[in-house]
Design a protein around this ligand. Structure first.
Ligand SMILES: Nc1ncnc2c1ncn2[C@@H]1O[C@H](COP(=O)(O)OP(=O)(O)OP(=O)(O)O)[C@@H](O)[C@H]1O
Ligand SMILES: [Mg+2]
Length: 253
C-alpha cells in the first residue's frame, strides 16, 4: 500500500522508519510513499501519528532511523550539502509562520534568496511579484505584527516560493487560522498548484483540507493506513472562482 512506481516520482520514501533517541517511540514504521510531480497531497492523521516527523524527514530536516528518502531518484543521505538542497528544492510553510518580526513582508520573502544567484534589485523585484501572487501587493512594507494572521501565512507562502522550488512542504499551515481564513489559504495553495504546477505536501488534522487534494494519505500510529488518489478534487481554485458551480471545473489527475 502506498508505493507508487519509481518512474516520475518527485520524492519517494523507501521503508522509512523513525525511532526517537530514547528508543521508546516508533514514530514511523515502514512508510513507502511516492509523490509524483504536480500532486497536491495531504497527509492526515491524529495527533502523534507521525505527520510532522514524516514531513521533517521528507524535507531533510531530520534523518530516518531506517530506510531512505529519494528526491528525483537521488537519496537525500547521499547529498553533500543538504542546506543547498533545501534552499533550491523545498519551500517550507509552518503553522506559526516563522517570519522575522523586524523585517517587512517584502524583506521576509527575500530571506531564502540570499542563498541564490539573484542580486539586490532582482530580489526586490522577485519578492514584489510573489507578494502579488499571494494577493498582498498592498502590504509589502508592513511588519508581521501589522498583518493579520492570514496575511502572515500568505507572506510565509510567498517566502516558500522565493527560489521557485518544485516542492512545497507545509505542516499544519491552517492550524492558527479561523476556518474562513484557513479556506482562503487553501484556495491560495490550490491556485499555486494549478497555475504553477507546484507539488504540495500538506500535513494536517483538519479534515476539510481533503477537499482540495489530489492525493490523501492517512497515517495511524506511524504507519500508512490508507492512500487514495482523487482525480477531481471537490474544491479547487477554479471551482472557487466559479462559485456556485456544483461540479468543480478542475480535474487533472
Ligand atoms: N524529538 C522527539 N523525541 C521523542 N519523541 C518524539 C519527538 N518528536 C516526536 N516524537 C514522538 O513521535 C510521535 C510522532 O510525533 P509527530 O510530531 O510526528 O506527530 P504528529 O502527527 O505531527 O502530531 P500533531 O498532530 O500533534 O502535530 C509522537 O508520539 C511524538 O511524541
Ligand atoms: Mg505535527
Amino acid at each position: 500500500m502506498g508505493t507508487t512506481s519509481a518512474r516520475g516520482d518527485l520524492i519517494r520514501t523507501e521503508s522509512l522508519g523513525k525511532v526517537f533517541a530514547d528508543g521508546q517511540v516508533q514514530a514511523l514504521i515502514d512508510v513507502n510513499v511516492g509523490i509524483a510531480q504536480g500532486e497536491f497531497t495531504t497527509i492526515l492523521g491524529p495527533s502523534g501519528s507521525g505527520k510532522s516527523t514524516l514531513l521533517g524527514i521528507l524535507g531533510g530536516l531530520d534523518q530516518p532511523t531506517t530506510g531512505q528518502v529519494l528526491f528525483e531518484g537521488k537519496p537525500l543521505s547521499s547529498m553533500r550539502n543538504l542546506d543547498d538542497f533545501r534552499t533550491r528544492k523545498i519551500g517550507f510553510v509552518f503553522q506559526s509562520f516563522l517570519l522575522l518580526p523586524t523585517l517587512t513582508a517584502r524583506e521576509n520573502i527575500q530571506i531564502p534568496m540570499f542563498e541564490g544567484p539573484l542580486r539586490g534589485s532582482q530580489r526586490v523585484e522577485k519578492a514584489t511579484q510573489l507578494l502579488e501572487a499571494v494577493g498582498l501587493a498592498h502590504r509589502s512594507e508592513h511588519l508581521p505584527s501589522q498583518l493579520s494572521v492570514g496575511e502572515r501565512q500568505r507572506v510565509a507562502i510567498a517566502r516558500a516560493l522565493a527560489n521557485d522550488p518544485p516542492l512545497i512542504l507545509a505542516d499544519e499551515p491552517t492550524g492558527n487560522l479561523d476556518s474562513r481564513t484557513a479556506q482562503s489559504i487553501l484556495d491560495l495553495f490550490s491556485k499555486l498548484h494549478e497555475e504553477r504546477g507546484l507539488t504540495l505536501i500538506v500535513v494536517t488534522h483538519w479534515e476539510p483540507l481533503v477537499d482540495y487534494a489530489t492525493r490523501v494519505i492517512r497515517l495511524k500510529d506511524g504507519r500508512v493506513a490508507s492512500d487514495e488518489y482523487i482525480a477531481k478534487p471537490l474544491r479547487s481554485y477554479r471551482s472557487v472562482m466559479n462559485e456556485g458551480l456544483e461540479t468543480p471545473a478542475s480535474g487533472r489527475v
